[in-house]
Design a protein around this ligand. Structure first.
Ligand SMILES: [Fe+2]
Ligand SMILES: [Fe+2]
Length: 189
């Protein structure tokens, strides 16, 4: 099975946009964290998070079919491919079924939102609390590109309270904080 280094090489090759890269790292961190909570293999789950938007820049019209075709040819696990297909079920017709499928949907929209919330605070992720994210979700002008409907759909899919899901994502991003440039130290620069 290809490992994280193989996946990182693909990321470098296919994705030039730094913001998109960061999004993929954030989702990776969140999905890995959930693997720990839900008995998944963090290395396998992490690949789904890291690669879910691999072809978004190169082939937006076919996203994520192009990536899945390629990843299949490289021997990536079907579990990972299914999750990547299911994160765009409206386009692929593949519905989220497994825990990993559902977690990926739930983390996709919200991880980016939490990163955006970190970037407008002096201490970033360090002292971010779920209630401040909830408040920002209610403010429709903040990170307006993030679909609140998708966020709610994700929360419903994984069957936990929204605040708990936000808390889990914050913990995951805190652990990956330096890599994402969202800690107080990064933001002071
Ligand atoms: Fe996507
Ligand atoms: Fe995404």
């Amino acid at each position: 099975m290809p490992d994280r280094n193989d996946a990182l090489r693909l990321l470098e090759e296919w994705v030039k946009n730094e913001g998109l890269k960061k999004h993929m790292f954030a989702v990776e961190a969140a999905v890995r964290h959930y693997a720990g909570l839900r008995g998944g293999d963090p290395d396998v789950w992490g690949l789904a998070g890291l690669l879910h938007d691999l072809d978004w820049e190169k082939h937006p019209e076919r996203h994520p079919l192009e990536a899945v075709d390629y990843l299949r040819s490289q021997g990536y696990p079907e579990e990972v491919l299914h999750a990547i297909l299911a994160h765009r079920s409206d386009f692929t017709g593949v519905e989220p079924v497994s825990d990993l499928d559902k977690v990926l949907v739930a983390c996709d929209e919200l991880s980016g939102f939490v990163v955006a919330a970190c970037l407008v605070r002096p201490n970033g992720v360090d002292d971010l609390e779920p209630k401040s994210v909830v408040k920002k979700l209610k403010d429709k002008t903040f990170a307006a590109g993030v679909s609140r409907e998708e966020v709610e759909r994700g929360v419903a899919l994984i069957g936990i309270e929204r605040a708990e899901h936000i808390k889990n994502i914050i913990e995951a991003l805190r652990a990956a904080g330096i890599e994402l440039g969202i800690t107080a130290k990064d933001l002071a620069r």
